[in-house]
Design a binder for this molecule. Structure first.
Ligand SMILES: O=P(O)(O)OC[C@H]1O[C@@H](O)[C@H](O)[C@@H](O)[C@@H]1O
Length: 251
């Protein structure tokens, strides 16, 4: 059904880059924050400023992960370790939370000024999944999931959210650990083998593989089909509507 194996009863959708065109918005906000930090650090140390690469470094160290994991993992790749701080640290203070808060200001500013675009093929897929009686949960690392689902009008198509707020409140491991997707399947009352994961991030398909889900759909928005397959995708599409079309063609 809908391009999924017959045993699948629940769909676990990532948000940024799968349902909404917000992966690039996040990447740009990360770059703005990291470049300010790296430039100031290089000035202070008298070393060369090496900017954040919003494609290669974003995909490898940041994409799909909870905010503080993204800060920590990227800085570690540059040999930098900062104190954790606390969630209410002033945006821009030199802690993992302070830098994360600054990135959040940047992403919210961009969301409010530029708006959020929904991938129409994804809206069509959500509607088809609802009509087919499949369970529908959004599983995202973003603490801004609720707001994004509301401003885009996708909220009524989604039954439940496991997001950055849930991760913090319930102390879950973020992607690439499978915990958030497992929580989504549990909420639906299905086994992981009866759930399909839809992901555009390498950390996300990796979580799908780690949780032994019934099917992992890699959504390739940036030309990384091969990497998605290597990290755990069972199939790769460029648009969720392709799955509907493939299923119709196969009839
Ligand atoms: O900073 P937020 O909105 O809580 O989002 C955390 C992460 O959420 C993921 O969905 C995005 O792929 C990442 O780019 C983002 O950094």
């Amino acid at each position: 059904m809908l391009g999924l194996p017959a045993q699948v009863r629940a769909c676990l959708f990532d948000l940024d880059g799968v349902l909404t065109d917000t992966a690039a918005v996040h990447a740009a906000a990360w770059k703005e924050m990291f470049d300010d930090y790296l430039r100031a650090a290089a000035d202070q140390a008298g070393t060369e400023f090496v900017p954040f690469d919003k494609h290669a470094e974003y995909d490898e160290y940041v994409d799909g992960k909870p905010r503080t994991d993204g800060v920590r993992d990227f800085l570690a790749s540059r040999g930098i370790e900062l104190p954790e701080g606390t969630p209410d640290d002033k945006p821009g203070s030199e802690t993992v939370n302070g830098l994360g808060n600054k990135k959040n200001e940047a992403v919210l500013r961009r969301i409010h000024t530029d708006g959020v675009k929904v991938f129409e093929g994804s809206r069509r897929y959500l509607e088809a999944a609802k009509a087919a009686g499949l369970r529908r949960v959004v599983v995202s690392s973003s603490a801004n999931t609720r707001e994004v689902l509301e401003v885009t009008g996708l909220a009524p198509l989604v039954e439940h959210r496991v997001d950055g707020v849930t991760i913090r409140e319930e102390n879950l491991h973020g992607k690439p650990a499978p915990d958030t997707f497992l929580a989504g399947a549990k909420w639906c009352g299905v086994e992981p083998s009866e759930a399909a994961v839809f992901e555009d991030a390498l950390a996300g398909v990796q979580a799908g593989r780690a949780g032994a889900f019934g099917f992992v759909v890699g959504v390739d928005r940036v030309g990384q089909a091969e990497e998605l397959t290597k990290h755990g995708a069972d199939t790769v599409v460029t648009d969720l509507a392709d799955l509907i079309d493939q299923a119709e063609d196969a009839r």
